[in-house]
Design a protein around this ligand. Structure first.
Ligand code: PNW
Length: 486
């Protein structure tokens, strides 16, 4: 019905793509870049599959022209990428020098994107904290220092690029930084209570401190943007949150049904409730007690109302089974089990290469509605959505390029989003596919591929579009045309 005007992000009416700095750039020692916590983490044996690092990755730092040509070939009208903080301020801090070469690199890239008719969406932070800030004061664990340094970094970016960038995302997936970085220990800086993984860390307390710091830093950056830049630049700014849909393990069991909401609250509302409702969810306050930081009036004033849109990263769904008994102090999920099969032994979706990711497109539609209801109908941009394929890396090239599974994933998910828009009245306005090309998939190294474009890491990082790269533009077009004729 309204879908002809559907994926309207500013003047954008087609699909676009996402990447992040550490996952694609390489050139880690070039033009004055300082190390990030991921450079350091990758050097620890056993942390990354295949001992991989982001030292070269897709070599995008040297191949911005190739990447722009690829975007054009895929028909993309916008590109979400992140900026490497330690290229801009190699040591990261507010009294540390700014690296002009880092500014120039992104400045030229932004100009080149505009020249190619592609709108940039910029993420300030996609997990690659300057290593020095972690060493200097414990990074996110030190709220006051971290917030002041992030605010300074944000101002440097708004100053340098604000006239040419109209869509800003402060943090990508603070849940991952907090939980995977400070509880599970699977992501940098790898802190955890699990002493088989790391001699340091307290997974029962640190994730909640880290999440709190990230929220306040987000709020501080938004305040700077609104007070110092918005009037002249006219852009918008928000945070991007990840979260999966939750179905009860036993649909007849009220405890499992209740646990589904709690699961989403622990993953998403942890961040979204303070932003939209000015407080943490009751379920979290109840379980975590004084381990959940308290809001000061100053901090919550920064955070409450700080989203111009809701940035939604979404990949999959899970079955949820309530646990009985007292929660483990290291529990971060809401005292429940996250499962891939229900009580009848049915899988939530088909297997992929990522152990946590089994697609269920209907879950996307349901979560869009859930978010829309809970947060009073916000404008939503889907800032990431995509899939890996079981065994893709081991396929002969010819077969690998025929990624029908990924194409079908996009068909199903874009369709579910269109239904959320037309049938459920969800105000979803943009969609970004993860990812433009295969890249460094964090702890899974290069063995897991998420790209619509194949990257040949053995042969000069050559890029070859897969079937899905060609199909996704067409899928969008069909949905738009179909619904505009309703
Ligand atoms: C997102 N999980 O990460 C990130 O924003 C990307 O950088 C990443 O490459 C992409 O999704 C694919 O993984 C996630 O374990 C990583 O639930 C792990 C999880 C969720 C999101």
């Amino acid at each position: 019905m309204f879908l002809h005007s559907f994926p309207k992000l500013a003047n954008i009416s087609t699909v676009f793509f996402v990447v992040s700095s550490y996952q694609i750039e390489g050139a880690v020692n070039e033009d004055g870049r300082g190390p990030s916590i991921w450079d350091t983490f990758c050097k620890i044996p056993g942390k990354i599959a295949g001992g991989a690092t982001g030292d070269v990755a897709c070599d995008s730092y040297h191949r911005t022209h190739e990447d722009i040509a690829l975007l054009k070939e895929c028909g993309a009208k916008a590109y979400r990428f992140s900026i490497s903080w330690s290229r801009i301020i190699p040591l990261g801090g507010r009294n540390d020098p700014v690296n002009e070469k880092g500014i120039q690199h992104y400045s030229k890239f932004i100009d080149d994107l505009h020249a190619a008719g592609i709108t940039p969406l910029v993420t300030l932070f996609h997990w690659d904290l300057p290593d020095e800030l972690d060493k200097r004061y414990g990074g996110f664990l030190n709220k006051d220092e971290f917030v002041a340094d992030f605010a300074n970094y944000a101002r440097v970016l708004f100053n340098a690029f604000g006239s040419r960038v109209k869509h800003w995302i402060t943090f990508n997936e603070p849940w991952c930084s907090s939980v995977l970085g400070y509880n599970v220990g699977q992501f940098a800086p790898g802190r955890t209570s699990d002493r088989t993984r790391n001699p340091v860390g307290d997974g029962s307390r640190e994730p909640w401190i880290v999440g709190h710091s990230l929220l306040v830093a987000h709020g501080a950056a938004v305040k700077i943007y609104r007070e110092e830049f918005k009037a002249q630049d006219g852009g918008e700014i928000a945070i991007t949150l990840n979260g999966d849909w939750a179905e009860p393990w036993d649909p007849e069991n009220p405890a499992d049904i209740e646990a589904c909401d709690r699961k989403i609250e622990f993953a998403i509302s942890w961040f979204a409730d303070p932003i939209y409702h000015g407080k943490y969810p009751d379920s979290m306050a109840k379980q975590l007690g004084d381990r959940l930081p308290k809001w000061t009036p100053e901090d919550i004033a920064l955070v409450h109302g700080s989203n111009d849109f809701y940035g939604m990263n979404h990949y999959c769904a899970n079955y949820i089974k309530a646990k009985t008994g007292e929660p483990d102090p290291n529990d971060v999920a809401g005292n429940l089990e996250i499962l891939l099969q229900n009580n009848k032994g049915e899988w939530i979706g088909p297997e992929t290469q990522s152990p946590w990711l089994r697609p269920s497109a209907i879950g996307f539609r349901k979560l869009l509605k859930w978010l829309s209801d809970r947060y009073n109908h916000p404008k939503i941009y889907v800032t990431e959505n995509g899939t890996s394929l079981k065994g893709e890396n081991d396929l002969p090239l010819e077969q690998l390029l025929q990624d029908e599974f990924r194409t079908q994933y996009f068909r199903d998910y874009v369709g579910a989003m269109a239904d959320a828009y037309t049938l459920d009245g969800v105000n979803v306005r943009g969609y970004m596919a993860w990812s433009l090309m295969d890249n460094f998939e964090w702890a899974e190294g290069y063995e897991t591929r998420f790209g619509v474009t194949y990257v040949d890491y053995e042969n000069g990082q050559k890029r070859i579009p897969k079937q899905s790269a060609k199909a996704i533009g067409q899928i969008f077009k069909e949905y738009i045309e179909k619904s505009s004729s309703l």
